[in-house]
Unconditional design. Sequence first.
Lengths: 529, 387
Amino acid sequence: MKAFLMYRDQDFDLQRKLPWNEQVLTQDLELNTLFNAMAQGDKFLFEVAKKAVLSEVTDLDTILYRQNILKDCLKNPSVVKDMYNLAVETLEGEKKNFWSFYGKYPAGILRSSIDILQMFVGTLTKLRAIADEHADEFASDGFTTLFAMLKKELSDEYFANIQNHLSELKFRDGVLISAELGKGNKGTSYVLRKSHEKKQSWLDRIIADYILPKLQESKHRWLKQIIAQQPQAYTFYLHPRDEAGARALSELRDRGIHLVANALAQSTDHIRSFLAMLRTELAFYIGCLNLHGQLAQMGEPMSFPIPMSLGKREHSFRGLYDVCLALKMKRRIVGNDVTVGNKNLVIITGANQGGKSTFLRSIGLSQLMLQSGMFVPAESFSSNICDSLFTHYKREEDVAMKSGKLDEELKRMSGIVDNITSNSLVLFNESFGATNEREGSEIARQIVTALLEKGIKVFFVTHLYAFARGLHEKSDNAVFLRAERQADGRRTFKLVEGEPLQTSFGEDVYKTIFGTNSEAFHLQGEEFI
Amino acid sequence: MHDLSLADLKSRGFLAFREYLTNHADSERFTSLLAETKKLKADLSSIKYCLLIKGSGITVRKYESEIDYSADVEETFRKFKQGAVKDYRVKFTESAEMNHVEAKVLDFVAQLYPDIFSHLDDYSEKNGNYLDETIAVFDIEIQFYVAYMEFLAPFRQAGLKFCYPQISDNDKEVYDYEGFDLALAHKLIRELSSLVCNDFYLKGKERIFVVSGPNQGGKTTFARTFGQLHYLACLGCPVPGSESRFFLFDRLFTHFEKEESIENLRGKLQDDLVRIHAILNEATQNSIIIMNEIFTSTTLQDAVYLSEKVMEKIIELDLLCIWVSFIEELASFGHQTVSMVSTVAPENPALRTFKIIRRTADGLAYALSIAEKYRLTYDHLKERIES
């Protein structure tokens, strides 16, 4: 039994390795803000959100598979939450009640397993009931398959069969074990057997359990002979004070039941891991529901994106906003409309604090959200899938370091190149500006030219005029965006298509900070995040 | 026995042993014993019985085709299977002896199968002390060969070569092509790393390898290989290499650097000298000496002086020797010395090749430079990124 709510045919592995640049992405894209919104203070939800968003999916089918499941969740939030809570309560309950689980003896392992299984069977029964009641309300492949499986696999007869085993395994009629002769005629190949159905009357039972052991202790030879007289079966009873014998006997018994104890303990593990997987996979959608609720409250638009396959090049959107900024500001923020189409390079220049970083972040965030199967923060959105996402941001904290800032930047760049593939997306934010403009431009030019020739998609926020200008003159594979600045120095925080300009209007910012501009305005963007 | 008669045996030892075995196996005593043993074993292994354990009682009876209940339970829960989980099976300690409960059970089993067990009684009475002495000795001696072949098997599988060396007790020309250090190979093969093979030869008056070159370049390994292969070859073992020839030495001395020890109350240099003195005293003209970086705890000038003194002694004794040393003067000491150098890749001096070759020591090993530190120029990138 599998939940299969994240992939059509594979589990969602919470232990999976995240991309090597996971920390950099988290920092540059402010991902923790997103994860916190999805988790709502729950550590587990946070962990799942992080794993799901950072381990991007690269096949179309899985993305659409999750989108449909998420649509179902948005339609039936309470049923989904019920299932999630059921899984959580069972797993937490088990942890609380059986913390000293198992021992090293088969008998102990068997006993604990029976108790835990009883509890799990209760949960599975409830899951079946949910499936019976609500299956019709779900349309996605994922949920339809899950519910059908619950109904098929967990029939009433099956539950009865399990109960039967659980009571049989208490071995009220003794443990029956077959054996063969091994080296030195020592018993070997102990196998637990199910005795042929034989109804034992209550009288037989009393004789077997109480009378015969007593007779064994008696001194009367003739009585002993009666006991042994049953054809082809010989019985003996341990003396009550024979402790070594008792140990030997219980070891024999353990040899008989240790396989079944193992089977049962493993079954509890399997059911536990089924419930754990159900919990984990539902957790992703619970996170999405949480995020959806918050954005809906602000009146922010959300839409299911249209993903294009890995080899294609596409990037177009309307009303794309930085979801993390919106979550921080707790209000609606300005979105951008851009049609990049099949071009590979987007150069963003223009006013300082005009929303360039915010825009770049919204590109990274929407790409990760699309590739994890989520909705995106936009009115409409389409882009091709990429197999890795890289960010290369200017790092302020390294300015004073002796090793040299350019050295540090290039070292990071080299790390990216070590991992890059032709279907990657790279976001540069004011990279290679640590040297003079001419040298910085030349480095940037060489790097970007090489990346483009390999088919890699690049978004580059830059103040390097020579670099941007040079590309503008030569490249027809690029879109040039500029942070808008109105004649009075106000920013609209909207990006418009436009060629690179030689100033970034830093003077405006200077004036704002030093108060020479009478009409102070709220800065939005970089300084908040 | 059957395998042995098919094998294409050449060695004197094996041929004689085969003949002995053939006679033994044809004897009346052996053939009848074999037949009887087979019959008894088959009978005993056909026995299958059941134990019913309940409270302090245990009942023994014949097995009546009851189904395997563990499998039944496992089958019921199969649908929940989710991949690998913990193994809860218990490891029982298996002792050769029986406890009294097991013995009691066996008594009952004997009662259930009286014919087989009475046969067993007769058999054991008759054949209590049957073991041929020659075969017992063979059993012990053959283990050495088997163990060595088993040790070599993974290397052979990895494509490494082994050969039976020529051995001489008077001619000190030695060589080995495509040789390697078995100890290192044993480690590398588990890590699945590749291994570098090296060639060496001494001919004419040549007696002494002086190995120099960059650190971590495989010098110590090379010295160890030289000694190790001599040792194995003189035991009669096949050794690493495609073709080889070794000298049948009387003793093999090693002098590897030791940690300074407070117990011997000597300085390190003095300790070095005491040890080398002892070695040179005991060595005969048929000995081999392996030295690894001695005299490192003194000035270069002293080290050169002392090394040359030791070298004179070694040459005087006409010893076979391999000497790892940073002292270049030793490499060109005389026509008995051969200079071997650990090498670096010419295009990238930082890269070790682990190749040790016959070459004049030039002292240029550490000259490394990296032209474009991060390889981020357009040309580099075009090469680095796969399309």
